[in-house]
Design a protein around this ligand. Structure first.
Ligand SMILES: C[S@@+](CC[C@H](N)C(=O)[O-])C[C@H]1O[C@@H](n2cnc3c(N)ncnc32)[C@H](O)[C@@H]1O
Length: 219
């Protein structure tokens, strides 16, 4: 059973106590997405997509839970916003399709988030922007009351990253963080905007004097 299908009808309501966080996300992402083609992954019931679409050129918003998409479609949505069911780790979109990819509060849920980052890299145009705000855990892994409650009702996180660990995870996958900000809330959130480090061929001498064609990522 996909727990996110169960939570779909109440998700938006339950996030009302995180209003300051969502208000920041709506305003900041709408500003950055002005006139751009945007893909949102793991949109849930589409709150971010719906708020940024009036500023963007187009928004395609996706989630792997069909009930989340069903719920999103029931709202009043702008004409330039479309929804579809899609797994963030396996996307149907062509390479170099979008100016911006947004994935909010989801990489910590996905067991293989590196795969989602690979797909994001593939579908982003050259010079494109990844916006990946994520709730984080406190240093020492101590859960606050709300995180304990989520655990009790069956919501599991594949990765319990602290702010530092989350940023290190993005960087170790080749992303350069251009802007980051902590927004405090019931669960604190780290907002990040990233671009790809430049892939450059590195020539390494090996012991026998030959060269290998290793690649590395530089920011
Ligand atoms: C905590 S909610 C975040 C929803 C929304 N982005 C937000 O910030 O309010 C996590 C969402 O990730 C979706 N999700 C989890 N794994 C996914 C995957 N592999 N591909 C696409 N969506 C996924 C869930 O269905 C759920 O809607």
């Amino acid at each position: 059973m996909n727990i996110w299908n169960v939570f779909a009808p109440v998700y938006e309501f339950s996030m009302r106590t995180q209003k300051n966080i969502y208000d920041f996300l709506y305003a900041r992402i709408a500003e950055v997405a002005k006139g751009k083609d945007v893909l949102e992954l793991a949109t849930g019931p589409g709150m971010i997509a719906r708020h940024i679409a009036p500023a963007a050129k187009s928004v395609v918003a996706t989630d792997f839970a069909p009930k989340m998409i069903e719920t999103a479609l029931k709202a009043k949505n702008p004409d330039n916003l479309s929804f579809e069911v899609a797994d963030a780790t396996s996307l149907r979109f062509a390479d170099n399709s979008f100016d911006i990819v947004v994935i909010a509060n989801a990489l910590h849920i996905i067991p293989n988030p590196e795969k989602a980052l690979e797909e994001i890299r593939r579908v982003l145009k050259d010079g494109g922007l990844l916006i990946a705000p994520n709730f984080f855990f406190r240093e020492g892994g101590k859960k606050n009351l709300w995180q304990k409650f989520l655990s009790l009702v069956g919501i599991r996180f594949a990765h319990e990253w602290t702010e530092k660990e989350y940023k290190a995870f993005l960087e170790s996958n080749g992303w350069k963080i251009k802007m980051d900000r902590v927004i405090e809330g019931r669960i604190d959130l780290i907002y990040v905007e990233c671009i790809l480090g430049i892939q450059v061929p590195l020539i390494h001498s090996n012991n026998s004097g030959g060269v290998s064609n290793l690649r590395d990522t530089v920011a």
